[in-house]
Design a protein around this ligand. Structure first.
Ligand code: GTP
Ligand code: MG
Length: 223
């Protein structure tokens, strides 16, 4: 992670990884967030993909840039995942609300993160495809029970649902994660390392205080 802070504006950069079974919609969530697009016939990811996007937290005048690693869910790529979560500040463990086994798989990822990922990593469990609510196999109550169980073990897992297809809930996930990340801590430690803040903050990205409609075309970079 790295930070920059100008006069009133603050900037921090964090690494975020998406994990989850193949076809749950990880890439679709990322593309909705970064490019505001959706593809009904998205191809399965090979290896991993890297994209970036910024959000603004208006109350604290903080811009957060996410460096996003979208991993491949197919079993044959499983051994690559540690490479991406090893340095991650946040992880989205995604499941498909119409597929019960994908919920179990998301929980397996959380188990692995608790053992292997950096301490303090912000973890979210995200139910995607909320537009298919009629075909729901994973009930809200089941998810809530899991969250409570984790809480009793001392883990605060962020819980969110979204539809990459309609866009519902997608920005909220990144907003929740942005607010849970230790922005103040890293800005302070960065200042003391550098003997002051750095100005020249980048602009662009998603302003969460504005409706999504106004944000079309405001994507940052992707490779
Ligand atoms: P891997 O790259 O193989 O790990 O899969 P993935 O998790 O990245 O899934 P991907 O984004 O490729 O989506 C898989 C399929 O689900 C695609 O056909 C998408 O169009 C579809 N899909 C993704 N998100 C949604 C959603 O919110 N609603 C609906 N109805 N379909 C979705
Ligand atoms: Mg993918």
């Amino acid at each position: 992670m790295s930070t920059q802070s100008g006069s009133n504006e603050r900037f921090a950069q964090f690494k975020l990884v998406l994990l989850g079974e193949s076809a749950v919609g990880k890439s679709s969530i990322v593309h909705r967030f970064v490019k505001n697009t959706f593809d009904d016939l998205r191809e399965s990811t090979i290896g991993a993909a890297f994209l970036t996007q910024q959000i603004t937290i208006p109350e604290t005048q903080t811009t957060i840039k996410f460096e996003i690693w979208d991993t491949a869910g197919q079993e044959r790529y499983k051994s690559l995942a540690p490479m991406y979560y090893r340095n991650a500040n946040a992880a989205l463990c995604v499941f498909d609300i119409t597929n019960k086994s994908s919920f179990a798989k998301a929980q397996d990822w959380i188990k692995e993160l608790k053992k292997q990922a950096p301490e303090g990593i912000v973890i979210a469990i995200v139910g995607n495809k909320s537009d298919l609510n009629d075909e729901r196999e994973v009930e809200q109550e089941e998810i809530e029970n899991y969250i409570q169980e984790q809480k009793s073990e001392g883990y605060d897992i962020i819980n969110a649902e979204c539809s990459a297809k309609t866009g519902d809930g997608v920005l909220t996930i990144f907003d929740k994660i942005g607010r849970a990340l230790p922005v103040d801590e890293v800005i302070e430690s960065n200042k003391s390392r550098q003997g002051g803040g750095i100005s020249n903050r980048r602009t662009g990205g998603v302003d969460l205080s504005r409706p999504r409609r106004q944000q079309a075309g405001q994507t940052n970079s992707c490779c």
